[in-house]
Design a protein around this ligand. Structure first.
Ligand code: UDX
Ligand code: UDX
Ligand code: ADP
Length: 460
């Protein structure tokens, strides 16, 4: 296997962008080119002003500043980048199918297939093709079949190298991963990729497996994480009914070293591009092998998550005397978690949708999410006409404006800044009784109650 001198990554999104930036940062001798068909996105990656990069991640600007123009490039010429590369990462989106067989569950692999065909068409010499996107088990087989059957005598080695970074902490996770997982059949190809990570990741944290274990591990890791959130959320409802406190229960349970303290924070429901998609994927795969008990088991994680979002919205309605019609409800946060501008599958979208069905007036403030994105998310649900979303929802860039005159505040994202607000002043400007529904258990109950707020938090 020749030495890797040039890497190309197809897809400049939340995964491809940060991952390649760090690979380039840590391997100055390798030229890394990230390509995307979305011209606006590439232009944003090339922005002189680093605050305008297309995704917001702490520390990403510094990594890009260090490597961009040196050995990190962002481009729209996909063919050229494929042709030049020794190793090609595929990091395109794999959304849940919205049509046909597996609709609503299976992963839509059309973008992956298009990439494979394009690679096969353009490649003139041997390539290592790395799956970076999360994919259903045995996708590598599909990839290999397309590559081998459509190219002109070029050799391809397919590797699976799932990414475990979490948004909001992407750069820290990339710099210091719990593990790097590489699945493959060809030792030389595996070693080539190990060599790239070994520039900064200790050897004992680089794990190599067969292709299928690697693909499956990614789905299972996300399913386990999501399952913990759904488990604690199920307990949160029980706590509300019995007088237990979910944080106290989580602490007591998490101190068992076999269970561990992380990922036990009750919330309005998990969001993000991965958890739901990957579990649905796992469920679909299990069903396709006729493993219905397995499928039902994992499906329950999604059912619980949907329940938690609905329950939160219903709690708001019920507490506000069973009607929110015409009432102003301030949403603090729209992103699916703090420290990101990503809103994919955010609980806020579904909670808002539920309240809008009841003709509430929702005013959204999120420090990193644009008005255009909020409307796009709501329109995509197709629940009501776009005009109705614009009539009922206002997006403001000042939190105090969102809360001024509001009947209630709903905390949907755990942005730290929310804690530091002047709650006495906010209360003055609100309709009474002033309700706060804390979907993140972020605020200080004692402080708010002393100020006279009616405070509800998940699991208390
Ligand atoms: C359990 C709890 O561990 C303990 O904290 C509680 O106080 C009582 O219940 P116990 O039932 O004695 O203790 O044994 P445990 O080691 O938890 O195993 C329970 C069962 O799970 C066994 O049948 C064991 O074989 C099985 N198990 C455990 C697995 O199949 N896989 C595992 O990874 C762990
Ligand atoms: C996740 C996995 O963590 C990551 O390893 C994988 O590569 C991609 O999917 P991400 O979706 O970016 O990462 O964020 P994560 O921190 O896992 O949070 C997912 C959702 O769960 C968020 O909505 C978060 O608010 C919620 N969550 C998380 C909880 O509600 N409680 C918790 O205890 C943890
Ligand atoms: P992820 O969170 O998995 O990174 P994103 O949607 O943020 O997903 O990013 C995927 C990127 O892949 C998008 O910017 C999209 O334009 C790009 N993409 C999809 N298909 C192709 C393709 N055939 N060639 C180049 N880029 C593609």
């Amino acid at each position: 296997m020749k030495q890797i001198k040039k890497i190309t990554c197809i897809g400049a999104g939340y995964v491809g962008g940060p991952t390649m930036s760090v690979i380039a940062q840590k391997n100055p001798h390798i030229q890394v080119t990230v390509v995307d068909i979305n011209q606006a996105r590439i232009a944003a990656w090339n922005e002189e002003d680093l605050s305008k990069l297309p995704i917001y991640e702490k520390g990403l600007d510094a990594v890009v500043a260090e490597a961009r123009g040196r050995n990190l490039f962002f481009d729209t010429d996909v063919d050229k980048a494929i042709e030049e590369a020794d190793m090609i990462f595929i990091s395109v989106n794999t959304p849940t199918k919205t049509y046909g067989k597996g609709k609503g569950q299976a992963a839509d692999l059309k973008f992956i297939e298009l990439c494979a065909r394009q690679i096969a068409e353009v490649a003139k010499d041997d390539k290592i093709v790395v799956e970076k996107s999360t994919l259903p088990v045995r996708t590598a087989e599909t990839l290999k079949s397309i590559l081998d059957n459509t190219s002109s005598g070029v050799n391809f080695h397919v590797l699976s190298n799932p990414e475990f970074l979490a948004e909001g902490t992407a750069i820290a996770d990339l710099h210091n991963p719990d593990r790097v997982l590489i699945g493959g059949e060809n030792t030389e190809a595996i070693n080539a990729l190990v060599g790239i990570y070994a520039s900064w990741v200790p050897n004992e944290r680089i794990l190599t497996t067969n292709l299928w274990s690697s693909e499956l591990s990614k789905l299972v890791a996300n399913a386990f994480l999501a399952q913990r959130v759904s488990s604690i959320n199920a307990v949160s409802e029980l706590c509300e009914a019995t007088g237990a406190n979910v944080d106290e229960v989580a602490k007591a349970v998490g101190m068992d070293s076999r269970i561990g303290p992380k990922f036990l924070k009750a919330s309005v429901g998990f969001g993000g591009s991965c958890f739901q998609k990957d579990i649905l994927n796992l469920v679909y795969i299990a069903r396709s092998y006729n493993l219905h008990a397995v499928a039902d088991y994992w499906e329950q994680v999604i059912i619980m998550n949907d329940h938690q979002k609905t329950r939160f919205a219903e709690k708001i309605i019920q507490t506000m005397y069973n009607t929110v019609n015409g009432k102003q409800i301030a949403f603090l946060g729209w992103a699916f978690k703090k420290d990101t501008n990503d809103t994919r599958e955010s609980a806020a979208i579904y909670v808002a949708d539920h309240l809008l069905d009841e003709e509430a007036q929702v005013v959204v403030y999120d420090p990193k999410v644009s008005a255009a994105q909020v409307y796009k998310d709501l329109d995509a649900l197709g629940t009501r006409a776009p005009e109705a979303n614009r009539r009922l929802v206002k997006v403001v860039d000042n939190a105090y404006e969102a809360m001024d005159g509001a009947h209630a505040i709903a905390v949907l994202t755990e942005w730290e800044a929310f804690k530091t607000y002047d709650w006495a002043q906010i209360k003055e400007g609100m309709k009474k009784p002033a309700f706060v529904f804390d979907g993140r258990k972020l605020l200080d109950r004692k402080q708010l109650e002393e100020l006279g707020f009616k405070y509800y938090a998940i699991g208390e």
